[in-house]
Design a protein around this ligand. Sequence first.
Ligand code: CO
Length: 687
Amino acid sequence: MSDHHQVKMTTMNYDKDRPKAENPLKVMDLSLRDGHQSLFATRGRTEDMIPVAGLMDEVGFWAVEVWGGATFDTMHRFLNEDPWERIRTLKRYFKKTPLSMLLRGQNLVGYRNYADDVAKAFVERAIENGMDVFRTFDALNDFRNFETVVSVIKKYDKHFQGTICYSLTEPRLGGEVYNVEYYVNKARELEDMGADTICIKDMAGLAAPYDIFDVIRALKETVKAPIHFHSHFTAGLAPMSHLKAVEAGVDIIDTCLSPYAYRTSHPAVEPLVMALLGTNRDTGIDINKLVEIRDILERDVMPKYRRFLNEPTMSLIDINVLLHQTPGGMLSNLFNQLKEMDALDKLGDVYKELPRVRKDLGSIPLVTPTSQIVGVQTVNNVLFDKDGERYTRITDQVKDLCFGLYGKTTKPINPEVQKKALAGYPRGETPFTGRPAEILEPELEKAREEIGDLAVDMDDLLIYALYPVTGKKFLKWKYGLEEPPESVRAISLEQAKQLERLAAKARTGQVVEKTDKHEIPEKSETFRKFHVFVDNEYFEVGVDESGDSPVISYIQQAAARLGAAPAQPAAVPAAAQTPVAAAPAEPVSVTRPAASQTKEEEKTAPAAPAPAAQDTDGTPLLAPMPGMIVKYTKNVGDEVAEGETVVILEAMKMENALPSPASGKIKSINFGSGDSVPKDAVLCVIG
Ligand code: CO
């Protein structure tokens, strides 16, 4: 074995003599995208990035990842921020450092394949607004889904980072699906497409140190493009894997500034800088600059986000990921789904069924959106299959996957499952094997007609084209046609600190801010409601700013316990939506075990109360889980057959077509597009 990648000391006197390393390791910082996406449900606000952006620009990062992934969705939906504006703002501070984004291939920053005209316009606008590096991936590692976006990236001479999702079917690298050869072949494909760099994206933190050593060494021997390694700390392997990747000759590593590091996020940059100091791979990064940034973040920014951290266990790592080779977020989605269906006792069966479903569906990597697709089908099989018959309820997404609408699976799909899934499938019963977007009709013109003058420019139009329901709502806020709800407003540092103190008190079992009704002062204009999560319990707190620091007006403990999802307003019981001033606070128990928090569970707006089924004559269609109404496919008075789709409900990042429970006429429709609904809400009545 050649030793040219060996890491060796070149100097012993770091302070006075720190010569530039022979082959310095390059570092990309993820704090402003994957960092807060992993730890704080992607709730990072632009205003909280500005205090450190200029200093970060001085560090000498290879690039900073600041956009893409879930940011586009959460910004317009939960933060009332224009996603495009963030690129332009950060670009003013990052004068030297390239800006990087995570692009989900033809899925862009959404959860389905968009038509080519949308994909082209999206990448053009991202470039025009200031994006430099495009980390491009596809959930199936089917690079035909890169073709359209890459042609635009190349046309404008921007950086195309070809990405391979790291996946396993065994506890460690190897077996017949995901072995060294698989990654080498994929890297060759990317190089042929003109990738400027090649990234191994270990989104679940599964890469073991000696495995990643083998993969990276093989890639360095095969392709010329620099190799970039992205991993998550989730299971605790990543810092070890980083070091082995460096020893194997990796060119670029992803880290976060320490306040955004560890847990389900990434290893911190500071220890990596120290570990390589004085070696031939020395990063050259000044640790003092990192400390300066850390101090500002800890003082002025992190107190606003600590409330999103759920720390129900002592350990910072999630070993379930190692046991089941599935992303942590997916496990907790499964947990939530079962919980909502009162079927938590089936969790063991789900763990057993999951690898079987994944194998049937072609041993695909598990990453958004395939992790949701495999997860939901697994739960369906466990709950509804009986008498030896499998796949009795196949989701629309699995049908699309079987048809070829997502692309080519790693291994062929089980032919029996495929046949069953495609029986009566609207696009035909013979699977399509071409590039998925080839069969998608252009979407932009239709979107333009639908949204009309509300979309002032192409950036607006794309927000609507990508997210028709929430995008339209955002544009109404943006142009003052609708008042944005309180929940999308930013929180001040003072308010955050006040909430922190309250949570600390709650943890010790003494919530002291009990108030009597007659003591409640008048609510002022600055009055705000907050959701506070202490372990698994939920409080609604009213805070008023009077004078120097906010005053807590009332605390109300939710009647029900939350499950695995802190900061998930969708799970908030309807009763807690209306603040009852002076509701007595109860002591808080801190011993209740909770499932892990994850970034994967995305949030919907607070649920509207479920109207009671007024019409007892008909059969109600109940929401099987909390979610947001995308649309009704029927109107009042329409005839429907049992099993025909009536409502599209978005939940768990997926659109669920809900079938009519009976044949008859639609007697009433109780919600509208964009409404959030709790579980068991009566969506409509058929009679
Ligand atoms: Co990641």
